[in-house]
Design a binder for this molecule. Structure first.
Ligand code: ARG
Length: 459
């Protein structure tokens, strides 16, 4: 038969293929709680404005709560014929309370309804991402505090560059995830306007109070333009772009953990709880969690591109194309939260291999810059000359198969006769990192200050 929600002008029901392409209930059932929350706010407002009488509004309210508990307890039968979550809920409400159910949709359309539900859902995901990022930052801070003065090689081009501290490296991620947190906070603030009451696209002739429903749903204000309110999905796109940047940061960190946990680096030992074995190679301990986190950017960026492509070129106001927004955002959000939780667990459980970090920090001529700086400071050489002298010394050491501090004073003086015994003090990696006291530099004292600053900010 024809549809009970809009079948008035239809003689026949839809083809099975039509139903299959049209129905969204398979995924938008995840909006059930938000849908019922929105309907409750709408019903209360209709009563307050005298559009629906108080008794009907109360019957609707109780009925909606029953529907919610049926859904939450898994006792609800979702129907594809009823297309989406909005019509599934309303149809069940009608079974439960009869005629008053038909009054709920006064001054409302599924267009403002879905825009409201989805905003509420995405807003919650912003909160979840912010919480996940804070937890990850706490785990990183604990690592940074423990290893504020542990030296390790710093890299550029993945080639040994200058020694840094473990704490400094951990704090670099604290900064990145701090910006991700703030991006979710900003996106949340911008999306926090209520579409409810925009109705199909033009607003309504009923004397509704959009400020009341906006406030009831925790929105800062009603969206100012009804066409925009039902057409806008940039709140979802902003969530996805923010999620993409965050996933990119997670991916970079995951890549470092994969490298660092390899037998060639041995910078970190990942816990058994976040590693897997191999069914054929008994010695293996694989960083699967890190690899999967590294990969999550693929689907999250994919969702971002997919929704942007869906939205591009859509005329105002609502088009059914927009139903394709939800699966992308659901998948991206689920995977981002999982990646954040897994990264937090890995960071919390991992142990840095201090001797391996120290040994690596001292190798690869990592203090060559310190030597050049010493030549400038102590012998008043122009930096370019100091760079050249140091380069020559590195060449000698390389030919000998040793590191810079292993050259004798005599060998150094052959290259520049002004060099004295004092040069060896700057060739130690501890001295090197301790000297990097410029603001934001890697000196342990700086790292401790930054750890304290963040601990206070996050307290
Ligand atoms: N299921 C739809 C969606 O996700 C709800 C809105 C439908 N509105 C309409 N006019 N057909 O976008």
């Amino acid at each position: 038969g024809s549809n009970q929600m809009w079948g008035g002008r239809f003689a026949a029901g839809p083809d099975a293929i039509m139903e299959a392409i049209n129905a969204s209930i398979g995924f938008d059932k995840r909006l059930a709680r938000q849908d019922i929350e929105g309907s409750r706010a709408h019903a209360a407002m209709l009563a307050a404005q005298g559009i629906v009488d108080a008794k009907d509004a109360e019957t609707i309210r109780e009925g909606l709560l029953t529907v919610l508990s049926e859904i939450e307890e898994g006792r609800f039968t979702f129907s594809t014929a009823l297309e989406d979550i909005h019509m599934n809920v309303e149809a069940r409400l009608k079974d439960l309370i009869g005629a008053p159910a038909g009054r709920l949709h006064t001054a409302r359309s599924r267009n403002d309804q879905v825009a409201t539900d989805f905003r509420l859902w995405v807003r919650e995901q912003c909160d979840a991402a912010m919480a996940g990022l804070r937890a990850l930052q706490h785990a990183l801070l604990a690592q940074a505090e423990a290893g504020a003065d542990w030296v390790m090689p710093g890299f550029t081009h993945l080639q040994t560059a200058q020694p840094v501290t473990w704490g400094h490296h951990m704090m670099a991620y604290v900064e990145m995830f701090g910006r991700d947190h703030d991006r979710f906070r900003d996106a949340r603030a911008r999306m926090n306007e209520s579409p409810l009451g925009a109705a199909a696209l033009a607003g309504t002739s009923f004397p509704i109070d959009r400020h009341m429903t906006a406030e009831a749903l925790g929105f800062d204000r009603p969206a100012a333009n009804s066409l925009d309110a039902v057409s806008d999905r940039d709140f979802a796109l902003e969530f996805l772009s923010t999620a993409t940047i965050c996933a990119m940061h997670l991916s970079r960190m995951a890549e470092e953990l994969v490298i660092w946990s390899s037998a060639q680096f041995r910078f970190v030992v990942l816990s058994d709880r976040f590693s897997t074995g191999s069914s054929i190679m008994p010695q293996k301990k694989n960083p699967d969690a890190a690899e999967l986190i590294r990969a999550k950017i693929g689907r999250i960026l994919g969702a971002n591109v997919a929704l942007l492509t869906v939205m591009k070129g859509l005329p105002l106001a609502y088009s059914k194309d927009m139903q394709e927004d939800k699966e992308q955002v659901f998948d991206a959000a689920d995977n981002l939260m999982l990646a954040l939780a897994a990264m937090e667990g890995m960071v919390r459980d991992m142990s840095a291999n201090r001797p391996a970090l120290e040994a690596a920090a001292a190798s690869g001529f990592s203090t060559a810059t310190d030597l050049a700086d010493w030549l400038v400071r102590e012998l008043n050489l122009p930096f370019r000359d100091a760079h050249h002298v140091t380069g020559t010394l590195v060449g000698r050491a390389e030919a000998k198969g040793c590191d810079l501090p292993d050259l004798s004073l005599a060998e150094m003086q052959e290259v520049h006769d002004g060099i004295t015994e004092d040069v060896f003090t700057v060739l130690g990696v501890q001295n090197s990192v301790a000297s990097r006291t410029s603001y934001g530099g890697t000196a342990p004292a700086n790292v401790r200050e930054q750890v304290a600053r963040w601990q206070e900010a996050l307290a």
